[in-house]
Design a protein. Structure first.
Length: 416
């Protein structure tokens, strides 16, 4: 007989009151860190690589992102597992938030000064390590501190922050893209301050015994059996496909405007800001309404089904209307779809974890479904562009992927 995942409700019930400053803190953190991460990878890094070698920019984005994904794949679950075992006045998650913020701040302040492909590659790997050191413990705060019945609104706070952060960060990044050293440094300082501030406002003195960490146990713990924990496996698959479909488009936003729509690079950098404002406007209502509504009806999957449909329709529009108007309509629909996804996904994920006592490690594994597709998306998209000689195949791949993500949710049985 397969072992059923341990529900988090009992653990969450021991912390019935959500700290007043937790949800605003999660939202602000997400604006700065998650939104900033998207702008760094979607605007500043492509600009930097285009400056170094415009003729091979797509291949170089693919290379740098692919190798950085290996770092993310290792760091997320490892830091999550280490934070599960950390004790002290800053709690389990605080020290890792601060460490990751410091690494990110220093690495990003250096990144903008790099002028060769090899240096950018190494620098971006260090940036990826720092950002994922921040994101791994942050994701575990929700099951640590929020009761299961209120996780929809907590997920909405995080999702709202992500969407606002993407819009604001891409506008800022587009405006500063002509001065890359300043742009990267601004984002580095913002991440360091946000990570340190969140660690301080959520600190809680942790005491008690901790399981010793060995390399063998740590590596073994990264494997979560799909047979024993099928809901976890289907949730991982659905998240992976949602994020892959979204970033298959988002990663190439700049090049879609310059190469697919034939806009100048200056106009494209400005246009990215407009597209992301439309995206966040579509997301605001979806992310807030979705999270609150899902808590009220205690259902998660219907909102994610709707997200899949909205994103698929949005990606179809530029294929039929290859213009900035078409891209604008797509951005608004992607905002609605990804907003619904962001508002509910974190709550759903927190309810399929195999072991509440190892939430950091298990969420680190689940967060690979965020990190890996963001790295794989340039490989898939770049490969399709080079294979077909154009960008329409990227839109088709995105549509297929988000529809498959919605279908994967049907395999989850313990969450409605």
């Amino acid at each position: 007989m397969s072992q059923q995942p341990v529900a988090l409700d009992d653990r969450a019930a021991s912390v019935p009151v959500v700290p007043r400053r937790l949800l605003p803190g999660m939202a602000i953190f997400s604006v700065v860190v998650s939104g900033g991460y998207a702008a760094l990878g979607g605007v500043l890094l492509p600009n930097q690589l285009a400056d170094i070698d415009a003729a091979n920019k797509v291949a170089n984005v693919t290379l740098v992102s692919s190798l950085a994904f290996v770092a993310a794949m290792i760091v997320q679950p490892l830091v999550g597992a280490l934070s599960d075992r950390t004790r002290g006045v800053l709690g389990r998650r605080g020290p890792w938030l601060i460490l990751g913020g410091l690494i990110s701040g220093v690495a990003l302040s250096v990144q903008g000064h790099l002028t060769s492909l090899g240096a950018v590659l190494v620098g971006w790997i260090v940036v990826t390590i720092g950002l994922n050191t921040v994101l791994a413990p942050f994701s575990a705060v929700l099951p640590d501190r929020v009761p299961a019945e209120r996780r929809g609104r907590a997920s909405a706070a995080t999702g709202f922050g992500v969407m606002v952060g993407i819009a604001l960060s891409t506008v800022v990044a587009g405006r500063l893209a002509s001065t890359l050293p300043l742009a990267f440094t601004v984002f580095g300082l913002a991440v360091a301050i946000a990570a340190g501030g969140f660690a301080l406002i959520t600190r809680r003195h942790e005491t008690g015994s901790r399981e010793p960490l060995s390399l063998r146990a740590g590596l073994r713990g990264l494997w979560v059996s799909p047979r024993r924990h099928p809901d976890f496996a289907w949730a991982f698959t659905a998240r992976f496909l949602f994020v892959l479909g979204y970033f298959a488009i988002y990663t190439f936003q700049l090049y879609l405007l310059t190469d697919y729509l034939r806009m100048s690079r200056d106009a494209a950098n400005a246009g990215i800001g407009v597209l992301n404002i439309l995206l966040v406007l579509g997301a605001i209502v979806a992310v807030v309404g979705g999270g609150l509504w899902s808590d009220r009806v205690q259902r998660r999957k219907p909102f994610l089904y709707a997200a899949s449909v909205a994103m698929g329709i949005g990606m179809l529009v530029p294929l039929l209307v290859p213009s900035f108007l078409g891209m604008s309509v797509m951005s608004a629909l992607l905002g609605v779809g990804f907003g619904l996804y962001q508002s509910v996904d974190t709550a759903l994920m927190s309810q399929v974890l195999p072991d509440a006592g190892k939430a950091g490690k298990d969420l680190g594994v689940l967060n690979l479904a965020n990190a890996v597709p963001q790295a794989v998306a340039p490989v898939v998209g770049g490969g399709l562009v080079q294979l077909t000689g154009g960008y329409p195949a990227v839109f088709v791949a995105g549509i297929v992927t988000v529809i498959l993500a919605g279908l994967a949710l049907r395999g989850i049985r313990r969450v409605a």
